[in-house]
Design a protein around this ligand. Structure first.
Ligand code: UDP
Ligand code: MG
Length: 135
């Protein structure tokens, strides 16, 4: 399994607030290369499929609704140790717990509307990237 790829989404809250440019700059300045990128809107079906791992969680329905609430930017990224380094760059799921300088600390609104997604494993990086960039 490759360890130099990850996948990210600039979520609807961050896109709406016009943070996309600053977030992409921070990602590139941190050494990540964008290998795929597109602006899309999710349907309920796609959001539910993408987050199916969370379907038993209490936040699942709201999360899927929120992810469909406006345009998002999906990107595949390349860098050594991509998954771990990117999770460090975005910070904790809850922006109140995220470290200073992380993308979620800087740009997130709430634990749900937390500005950005980052894959949590090499396997999921490939699955998530293929989800949006292979048809
Ligand atoms: N989420 C939420 N409430 C929670 C936990 C998570 O609304 O209590 C949302 C949030 O947008 C998060 C996403 O569900 O980014 C996926 O949750 P996960 O635990 O995978 O967090 P992540 O990997 O994104 O940090
Ligand atoms: Mg996750």
């Amino acid at each position: 399994m490759e360890t130099n790829k990850t996948f990210t989404i600039i979520k609807p809250d961050a896109f709406k607030k016009k943070y996309s440019g600053a977030i992409i700059k921070q990602i590139e300045d941190s050494g990540f290369q964008i290998t795929n990128m597109k602006l899309i809107s999710l349907t309920k079906e796609l959001a539910e499929k993408f987050y199916s791992i969370h379907k038993e969680k209490p936040f699942f329905t709201n999360l899927c609704e929120y992810m469909c609430s406006g345009p998002i930017i999906v990107m595949s990224l390349k860098k050594d140790n991509a998954v771990e380094d990117f999770r460090k760059l975005i910070g904790s799921t809850d922006p109140e717990k995220a470290e200073e300088g992380t993308i979620r600390k800087l740009y997130a609104t709430s634990i749900e509307a937390n500005a950005i997604h980052g894959s949590d494993s090499d396997d999921n990086a490939k699955i998530e990237s293929d989800f949006f960039f292979k048809s």
